[in-house]
Design a protein around this ligand. Structure first.
Ligand SMILES: NC(=O)c1ccc[n+]([C@@H]2O[C@H](COP(=O)([O-])OP(=O)(O)OC[C@H]3O[C@@H](n4cnc5c(N)ncnc54)[C@H](O)[C@@H]3O)[C@@H](O)[C@H]2O)c1
Length: 271
């Protein structure tokens, strides 16, 4: 018999969504939900000055200016509700699906999960848009009751236009939840879903590393495979280590220290 905190996942009905993180991905993911007719609460950190939800508010304003437009029509921006974790966390209780899209740091995501977990509705699905962090490590930061309904859902940039979404289960993700979420992503959002294993950077970004390396510097300074192996090793260490421990391992192997927010281009320049 199912416990009270679980729902039957023959179908996932999404009446309201929360997106955590109003950055590049979070704001555009929110836009794609309102394109599909689903009202969305867009959270970000509390602003230091002005309105507490100023970060999310600004992100919504910015959506109206992006080209290509993340919004099917600009007026849809009105269905994205800007929010902040200090004042509005109780609004999570009204959301059937919560997608976390904050900066790519295990410690930030874990801290946020501890903060929001008590407010997630029983039976709601919680998913991370991480590009390659360990879903098992993220899941471990959640109370046990939420872990069955947690997985990775990796949208690509720009999310309105990129067809692919990777769906990543942990060992304890509920199989019915994953099927229902996949059906929702394909039918309501028009996405093409591939199931990826919980390995560093999943499928597409691993292939992407090799493509970027080849395109950027095919020269003989280091062999292609050596550079690719270095980059993969950097990513692996960064993904699965605590920052201090990771720095030590990288230093021992002649790699630069961990630097938050580095993107692919920075990494390719390093290697
Ligand atoms: N940018 C991309 O092309 C892309 C593509 C696919 C997936 N992703 C993934 O999506 C997620 C978000 O990436 P992004 O590019 O939108 O990042 P971003 O830097 O544009 O936005 C990050 C957001 O996280 C918030 N934030 C920062 N620290 C926080 C904290 N400690 N607690 C709560 N919120 C915090 C910031 O205020 C900001 O709104 C990451 O996991 C990233 O790997 C990014």
């Amino acid at each position: 018999m199912e416990s009270d905190s679980r729902r039957s996942f023959s179908k996932l009905t999404v009446r309201r969504v929360a997106v955590l993180g109003a950055g590049v991905m979070g704001a555009q993911i929110a836009a794609h939900f309102v394109n599909a007719g689903i009202p969305t609460v867009l959270f970000d950190l509390e602003a230091k000055e002005g309105a507490a939800s100023a970060l999310a508010l600004r992100a919504v304003e910015q959506l109206r200016k992006l080209d290509p437009s993340p919004l099917a029509t600009r007026r849809l921006a009105a269905f994205i509700e800007p929010a902040n974790y200090r004042d509005d966390v109780a609004r999570l209780a009204g959301c059937d699906l919560v997608i976390e899209a904050i900066g790519e740091r295990l410690d930030w995501k874990r801290e946020l999960y501890a903060r929001i977990a008590p407010h997630v509705a029983p039976g709601a699905v919680l998913a991370s848009n991480t590009s390659g962090l360990s879903l098992a490590a993220l899941s471990a930061a959640l109370p046990p009751a939420l872990r069955a309904n947690f997985c990775g859902v990796h949208f690509f940039n720009p999310p309105r236009y990129m067809h692919l979404v990777e769906l990543i289960a942990t060992d304890v993700s509920d199989a019915g939840m994953l099927d229902a979420l996949e059906t929702f992503l394909t039918t309501a959002l028009g996405k093409g879903v591939v199931r990826a294993k919980d390995t560093p950077n999943f499928i597409a970004n691993r292939i992407g590393i090799f493509s970027v390396l080849t395109a950027r510097d095919p020269g003989p300074r280091r062999s292609y495979w050596e550079r690719a192996a270095n980059l993969s090793a950097w990513y692996y260490i960064r993904t699965f280590s605590e920052p201090d421990e990771g720095d030590a391992v990288l230093a021992q192997n002649g790699f630069p220290a961990l630097i938050g927010g580095q993107d692919f281009d920075d990494l390719v320049d390093i290697f």
